[in-house]
Design a protein around this ligand. Sequence first.
Ligand code: ADP
Ligand code: ZN
Length: 827
Amino acid sequence: MARVRAIAVAVPVPGLGALTYSVPEGMPDPPVGARVLVPLGKRTVTGVVLGSDPGAPENGVRPRSPDYTLADSAKPLVEILDAEAFLPSDVVALASWVADYYACGVGEAIATAMPPRAWIESERHAAITEAGEARMLSERGARRDLLELLTGGRVASVGALAKKSRGVQAVLAGLEADGLLTLTRPLRGTADASRTVRVAVLSAQGSDEFPLRSSSFGEAGIKLGPKQQQALDLLRGAPDGIPLSELADQGIPADSVARLAKLGLAVIERRRVERDPFDLAGDGIARTPVIDLTGEQQATLGTLMERASTRAYHAALLHGVTGSGKTEIYLRLARAVRDAGRGVLLMVPEIALTPAAAAIFRAAFGARVAIQHSGLSDGERYDQWQRIRRGEVDVVVGTRSAVFAPLARIGLIVVDEEHDGSYKQEESPRYHGRDVAVVRARAAGALIVLGSATPSLESYHNAQAGRYALLTLRRRVLDRPMAHVTIVDMRAELAAEGPDVVLSSRLRDAMTARLERGEQAIVLLNRRGFATVVFCRQCGETMECPNCSVTLTVHKAAGRARCHYCNHSAPLPKVCGKCAGPYLEQLGFGTERVEADVRALFPHARVGRVDRDTIRRRGAIGAILARFAAKELDVLVGTQMIAKGHDFPSVTLVGVISADVGLGLADFRAAERTFQLLTQVAGRAGRGVLAGEAVVQTLYPAHYSIQHACRQDYPAFYEDELKFRRAMRYPPAVALLNVIVKAKTRQGAMEDAGTIAQGLRLPGVGAWRVLGPAPAPLGRLKGEHRAQLFIKGTQRNAMRTALLALLEGRPELKRRTIVDVDPMSVL
Ligand code: ADP
Ligand code: ZN
């Protein structure tokens, strides 16, 4: 008897491991990375082939969920959708690694690596043809049986047919080849996602040298109308053809062109067009080409070039102060690697916010660049993915998920602003794009460069431990000085000026001076809205979100109070909802209030605001930033969105309102985030020829994160922060798993989390500590109660394995449990 051929398949179902399917007789073995249709419960779904023998998987992927594997395992697959790998095998392996490391279903990880519209949702249907009806009676055996099933116009799904008899695939293929039946797929999200345009092209006949202006044509003496004649003239001057839309713009209707086509003078083709996703912020930001590198840049580039040329894995952390010219180094390195025939991946935190690097790479590599980020439409993402997959690009610029780009022969990965929190995905798979990039570089034998002015504690720790080479740029280019930083103690300010003051006198004076000189200022507050609380002075009630344990934020322009977690909103009340008293007060403030105060204080200044409320529309942020860059605005107010990599040479002042937003939160990264934000934002000032100044307002002027940020002393901050992390046993001193259990009631969440904690605390179960359970800092979110526990220790793999083993036996609990490996935020 023939050996049953089995394959491991990833299906896009949360929490589910690889499933095993058999390959029916008559079907070839699908390659790793090919899409297949497989039965799953009552459905038929698309899966991706992980490997041929799940018993000994090369990626270590094993079935994880007994309830599904028992039911579906070893069922025959229905259909192979790709004869060649759809996902490259190295990307399949990378996604499998992600599933294991971040404890998620392999299908979720694979889905992250797939372009949109790649999941085909339906299987093929067989229908008999006229020839099939005619020939049915002269057929024999299985062929006859099949045709009889379909006779009279009945349509059957290939999966259903396969269930009835073995070897049906081969029979179907044979009948289709003989024209006796057709195999079609009902369209359900399967249409080719490429955008096409209709283009008119001159035919051979049309280009013949017939009298151009004659009103009669050819032997048949066909008359051409004036529009048709005009179209013909235009087409004769356009060898590549003209899109019908352009002809329409010139007053030539589509039916005139259709008539030309009918006469055989023109052909109308469908052409695939690639949507251009580069209509981004940043294209308006002018840039002068850099000719001479500074000594520091030169030395760093030299080291990296040498590493790149070895064509072996190598990781470097590039710690360069703001304005030290890191982008120029990335660019030259990328060019060298590209010229050596290898691919380059540049990862950036959020393209709309850091347009400069993307725009510079676009200018340098032109059409050989692809871009991947979440702001693109599905169609754009699909086009870009396909271009990469077809090998039409050498350079990919993208955000977090670009780490899975199907780019071949990678020689260089750059992770710009590697400390940025947006590299971590806060939903399953909860992967960190930077860390996955390191894994990918290692597998590809590539150089990876992690760049930042404020490296993450993890990366700097890795550099200190010798896992990454540490390269440092200490000075800004052209000997530009770092911004001068002044700390304003807001406790004194509030005592002197009253509780309503938002802009300190120091900041107001500095802004006045800038505006008089025609220079620009940035004012940053990392909190949006107008006020943070609506409070009743009579009964003390605050207005809370009905779904989450937070107060609602006042959005004055919208006239509503809104939850920043679940987006619940309500009209602003006139009286207290509890005591009906009219003494409502608004406390706290956000960017909307700062903008209002700036406008009130400086009525002649042109003020813009950037936060999630003002940039909802696509392209809005680019428009505001371009106006600021063009000096059509004097003051830009915003959240941390404006602290990132923008380069505005005329900004000489940065004001930070409430530098300590976040320091009070129960998040072990609070000090690190504060340090990063202050350093980055201070780095926005004085990037041109004019010197810069930063004014930092805080209630905690002595806090080490604020002190070190003001002196721009990263190593000193690192030392202090590492002491704290060691003492409290937080990363990078230990590995951390954050576990959140969701339930309908608070007690239910606590009990279930308690069960998990107990199971992990059993004597002899390993060398780690379990903290909790405790109600999560956000105890209620979107209507669910949440309890939390931490697992801390040095053996990350053992910790994860123990946790998963415990959840394995309780699928219902597992579905309500979030496992976050190496969390960025524990709130
Ligand atoms: P970083 O990313 O390190 O903050 P950038 O790469 O944005 O710094 O560089 C800051 C500015 O300095 C940019 O406008 C860049 O064009 C310019 N620049 C970079 N290198 C040089 C150089 N060697 N000489 C002159 N200007 C440079
Ligand atoms: Zn809410």
